[in-house]
Design a protein around this ligand. Structure first.
Ligand SMILES: Nc1nc2c(ncn2[C@@H]2O[C@H](COP(=O)(O)OP(=O)(O)OP(=O)(O)O)[C@@H](O)[C@H]2O)c(=O)[nH]1
Ligand SMILES: [Mg+2]
Length: 410
């Protein structure tokens, strides 16, 4: 099974003294009984790892560790293993019991500071006692993000996830490449850019420009053509390109004109991976199959452009959806920075390419949709799906393809 490589997952280490509830917290975060919990201190001996998709962070792996205050010979070995976990931790959770801050907490804090690992202090077992003012004050003075939760009662878990998002290393939100990883140095990509009414005069749009820049940054090269010239341009080449990337609106023709053994995808799909969560969007497509006449769909547009007569979000997608469903679909449009609160009213959210949003903002929108249990996808994926070519377009992204086929979660 194709999964997100471990190296591409954000590693979240859970550290703390024995019996503070680290394993209970792992289970609460993953909603699964992953780790053994007991009131005997020293229950966890070896680190326990659980990979999952944690929206809005995307693919993560949690690592539950043995209590670092463990004593005796066996304890020393455990401490050693726990110490090794720090080395692969991108983001840490320091767990302690409410209002307790002792020698071991101080020790872990120092290790995390030394290794420059961002972390959150979690005061667990808040059901037993509220967090005292002087504890709050102390943490604030030390400038440490903290939260009081109850792993047992599953209280504060959602807030903790939000705090994880805020504390995650910034680089995590800036994936380095659009298509560079699909295109080894020296390889060719063909970019298909239709020049229609919606194309801005005298320039290309941001995803096209970003893709060209990304190709150059990766020491590959590209050819830019309009959809009508693609077939002829491909015939002139003495070597097949590695990849063809097209505008979603000409995906059908591009797929037809590209040899079977050459990858075809769309700028929307590339941007969905770059800006959002491609597997989540691929899963969201399954909701289209279940749409019924009179269902409500939210069309979410991040920028506020003046709608044209044949606007993609307002006219074309609603029209194609209705043809697919065979009846009326109520499409509401939200534009700009505001994202409505009443998401639960919708069967599906179809988002634009999010050129003007950053990755964190887009991931937060996906997270909000997920919290309300509403599937979300984007314009380009929807178009490729409705045109029947989505499987071909997801070939370069096997995990997302699996999500479309199986609704694979992690
Ligand atoms: N009241 C209360 N008890 C909790 C909470 N979280 C965990 N516990 C209890 O604390 C005990 C220890 O929980 P674990 O999750 O095993 O703690 P741990 O930190 O993994 O312990 P070691 O693996 O031994 O280091 C168990 O009896 C849990 O039921 C909580 O939020 N509130
Ligand atoms: Mg444990």
């Amino acid at each position: 099974m194709q999964k997100t490589p471990k190296g591409l997952r954000l590693h979240i280490g859970i550290f703390g003294g024995r019996n503070v509830g680290k394993s209970s917290l792992l289970n609460a975060l993953t909603s699964q009984a992953v780790a053994i919990v007991s009131d005997t201190p020293g229950t966890t001996t070896d680190p326990v790892e659980k990979a999952m998709e944690l929206l809005p962070l995307g693919p993560v792996v949690f690592i539950d560790t043995a209590g670092i205050d463990d004593m005796g010979a066996l304890g020393e070995m455990r401490i050693k293993k726990t110490m090794q976990v720090f080395e692969r931790t991108d983001l840490a959770i320091l767990v302690t019991e409410t209002n307790h801050w002792g020698e071991f907490e101080e020790k872990i804090k120092n290790i995390l500071h030394e290794q420059k690992i961002p972390f959150i202090v979690v005061f667990n077992k808040a059901d037993l006692a509220p967090l005292a003012d002087d504890t709050r004050q102390r943490l604030k003075t030390a400038n440490l993000p903290f939260i009081a939760i109850s792993a047992l009662k599953k209280e504060g878990i959602e807030k903790l996830k939000e705090l994880l998002l805020q504390t995650a290393p910034k680089e995590w939100f800036n994936p380095p490449t659009l298509i560079g990883d699909l295109l080894p140095p020296g390889e060719l990509a063909v970019l298909v850019v239709p020049i229609d009414l919606q194309a801005p005069k005298g320039r290309l749009i941001l995803p096209q420009v970003q893709t060209i820049r990304d190709v150059l940054d990766n020491d590959a090269y590209c050819m830019v053509v309009k959809e009508r010239e693609l077939r002829d341009a491909l015939q002139r080449l003495n070597r097949k390109p590695k990849l063809v990337v097209c505008d979603s609106q000409c995906v059908l023709k591009t797929v037809a004109d590209t040899p079977e053994d050459v990858w075809v995808t769309t700028f929307s799909i590339v941007m969905a991976r770059f800006k959002g969560d491609l597997p989540a969007f691929a899963r969201g497509l399954k909701a289209i199959e279940k749409l019924k006449p009179q269902d409500k769909v939210l069309i979410a547009e991040a920028c506020t452009h003046h709608p044209l007569a044949d606007d993609i979000g307002r006219v074309k997608i609603p029209r194609w959806l209705q043809q697919y469903v065979g009846g009326k679909i109520h499409c509401d449009v939200c534009a700009g920075r505001s994202f409505p609160e009443n998401l639960e009213e919708y069967r599906l959210i179809i988002h634009c390419a999010a050129c003007v949003l950053n990755r964190r903002e887009m991931l937060t929108r996906i997270y909000k949709a997920e919290q309300k249990g509403v599937p979300i996808t984007n314009y380009g994926l929807t178009i490729s799906f409705l045109q029947g070519v989505i499987h071909r377009c997801l070939e370069p992204f096997p995990y997302a393809k699996l999500c479309l086929e199986n609704g694979e979660m992690s």
